[in-house]
Design a protein around this ligand. Structure first.
Ligand code: GDP
Ligand code: MG
Length: 443
C-alpha cells in the first residue's frame, strides 16, 4: 500500500533534504508538490489543505530557520505532521475494569468485520492472555454464522450463536450474560452489514449498543474504498459514536487516502490495520511509524515486533540493540536475511527496513530470492573482519570476494553502497526518534 504516495513524497523531499538554507520559496514549491501527491493519493481535500498550511507555517518558522540543517528539519516537520494527521500517538483498545469488556464490531458488508473479529480475538488472547467469546450477531446472511463458527474452531475460541431465527439484540445481550457466567473477559459482537448505510441497519445497531453498553464500538472499513471509507466512518460515527476504526485490506493496492483522512475527519483513531486474509494478518496502528514508512525512513520497530512474534525473542532483542547502537554488521545482515526468509513476504518486510525503498529503486537488492542468494554469497565470501569493518575492503579484497561468490566487483560495490546507505538511514532515524519524535499528537 501507499507506494505511489511514498515515491512522490520522497522524491519531493529529496530535493530539499541537503539544503543548507531554505527559503520561503523553496517551502512553497515543495508544498505545492506535497499537496498534489496527497490529493492524488485520494486524501480528503480539507485534510490536505489544513495539513499543507500547518507544515508551511512550521517550515518557514524559527524552528527550521535557526536549525543547522534546515533541509532535514523541514522533513522532520513533514514527518511529525503526517503522524499527527493520523492521530499522533497510537490508540489502544479500552478494557473494562469490570469484565467482560464488550466490543461491538460494525461496518458495511464485506468490509471484513467477521474476519477482523477472529483476528482481534486471537490477537488479544495471544498478546494479553484474554479469554474472548464471539457472538454471532449477523442473522441475515445465511452463511455468516457458519463463517464465525468455523473461525472460532480454527483459533479455538468459543462462539455464542442462536441461529438465524433469533433477534440480534437478544443474541448480543445473552452473549454478554454467557460471558459473565463462563468468565470470558472479552465479548466480541459480530454484527450484520449492508451494502449501503440504511436506517434499518443503524436502528438495529443502536439497539444492540443500548442493550450491551459496549466499551468499544469498532468500525471496520475497507481501505481500498478510499474516500468512501471516510464517508462511511463519518456517518457511523454520527449515528453510533465510534471508539475506533480498523482499516482492512491494507495489503492491497490502496493509495492511502483513507488512512490519512479518517482520523482528521471523524476524530476517531485507527486502532488496528488488517494486512491480509490470514488470521494473524493484523497489526496495531502506529501513526509515527506509518509516517516514517511513507517517507521511506523505514519502520524498524514494526520489523522488530514482527521478528519477535516469528523469531526467537532473544535474537530480536539483540538485533534491536544493534540497530540502536549502530554496530550492525554484515554478519547481522546475513542472519537477518535468514530470519526474514522465515518471516514471509519479503517485500513487505524489506519495506519496513530503513532505506529499503531506495534499495528497491536501485534494483540490485530486488526483493526476490534469487537476488538474496547473491547477497548471501557475497557476504559469505567475506572474512569475519571484513564483515565487521567493511571499510577495509580495498580493490584486491573486493576482487577476491567477487570471485569467491561467483559475482562481480560491481555487485560487491553495489551491496557495500546499499549497506552503508542503510546504516546512514538507521542513524538518521534513531536521531529523529531521539529528537522531536516523541511529540504529542494534536489534531
Ligand atoms: P464482513 O462482511 O464485514 O463480515 O466481511 P468478512 O469478514 O466476511 O470479509 C470479507 C472478505 O474480505 C473476506 O474474503 C476476507 O477474507 C477479506 N478480508 C478481510 N480483511 C482483509 C484484509 O485485511 N486483507 C485482505 N486481503 N482481505 C481481507
Ligand atoms: Mg460478516
Amino acid at each position: 500500500a501507499f507506494e505511489g504516495l511514498a515515491d512522490r513524497l520522497q522524491a519531493t523531499l529529496q530535493k530539499i533534504k541537503g539544503k543548507g538554507k531554505v527559503t520561503e520559496a523553496d517551502v512553497k514549491e515543495m508544498m505545492r508538490e506535497v499537496r498534489m501527491a496527497l490529493l492524488e493519493a485520494d486524501v480528503n481535500f480539507r485534510v490536505v489543505k489544513s495539513f499543507v498550511n500547518t507544515v508551511k507555517e512550521r517550515a518557514i518558522g524559527q524552528e527550521v530557520l535557526d536549525s543547522l540543517t534546515p533541509g532535514q528539519q523541514v522533513i522532520k516537520v513533514v514527518r511529525e505532521e503526517l503522524a499527527n494527521l493520523m492521530g499522533g500517538e497510537s490508540a489502544k483498545l479500552e478494557m473494562s475494569k469490570k469484565p467482560p469488556t464488550v466490543i461491538m464490531m460494525v461496518g458495511l458488508q464485506g468490509a471484513g468485520k467477521t474476519t477482523t473479529t477472529g483476528k482481534l480475538a486471537n490477537h488479544l488472547r495471544k498478546k494479553q492472555n484474554k479469554t474472548p467469546l464471539l457472538a454471532a450477531g449477523d442473522v441475515y446472511r445465511p452463511a455468516a454464522i457458519d463463517q464465525l463458527e468455523t473461525l472460532g474452531r480454527e483459533i479455538n475460541i468459543p462462539v455464542f450463536s442462536k441461529g438465524t431465527e433469533a433477534n440480534p439484540v437478544d443474541i448480543a445481550k445473552e452473549a454478554v450474560a454467557k460471558a459473565k457466567e463462563d468468565h470470558n473477559d472479552v465479548v466480541f459482537i459480530d454484527t450484520a452489514g449492508r451494502l449501503h448505510i440504511d436506517e434499518g441497519l443503524m436502528d438495529e445497531l443502536k439497539q444492540i449498543k443500548e442493550a450491551t453498553q459496549p466499551d468499544e464500538i469498532l468500525l471496520v472499513v475497507d481501505a481500498m474504498t478510499g474516500q468512501d471509507a471516510v464517508n462511511v466512518a463519518e456517518s457511523f460515527n454520527e449515528q453510533l459514536g465510534l471508539t475506533g476504526v480498523v482499516l482492512t485490506k491494507l495489503d492491497g493496492d490502496t493509495r492511502g487516502g483513507a488512512a490519512l483522512s479518517i482520523r482528521s475527519v471523524t476524530q476517531t483513531p485507527i486502532k488496528y490495520v488488517g494486512t491480509g486474509e490470514k488470521l494473524d494478518a493484523i497489526e496495531s496502528f502506529h501513526p509515527d511509524r506509518m509516517a516514517s514508512r511513507i517517507l521511506g525512513m523505514g519502520d524498524v520497530l514494526s520489523l522488530i515486533e514482527k521478528a519477535q512474534t516469528n523469531v526467537d525473542e532473544k535474537k530480536a532483542k539483540e538485533l534491536e540493540d544493534k540497530f540502536r547502537s549502530m554496530s550492525f554488521t554484515f554478519d547481522d545482515f546475513l542472519e537477518q536475511l535468514g530470519q526474514v526468509k522465515q518471516m514471509g513476504p519479503l517485500d513487505e518486510l524489506l519495506g519496513m527496513l530503513p532505506g529499503a525503498n531506495k534499495m528497491k529503486g536501485m534494483k540490485n537488492l530486488e526483493v526476490d530470492d534469487k537476488q538474496l542468494v547473491f547477497v548471501e554469497a557475497i557476504i559469505q565470501s567475506m572474512t569475519k573482519k571484513e564483515r565487521e569493518t567493511p571499510e577495509i575492503l580495498n580493490a584486491s579484497r573486493k576482487k577476491r570476494i567477487a570471485k569467491g561468490s561467483g559475482t562481480s566487483v560491481q555487485k560487491v560495490n553495489q551491496l557495500l553502497k546499499q549497506f552503508s546507505e542503510m546504516k546512514k538511514m538507521m542513524k538518521q532515524m534513531t536521531n529523529m526518534q531521539k529528537g522531536g519524535g516523541k511529540k504529542k499528537g494534536g489534531a
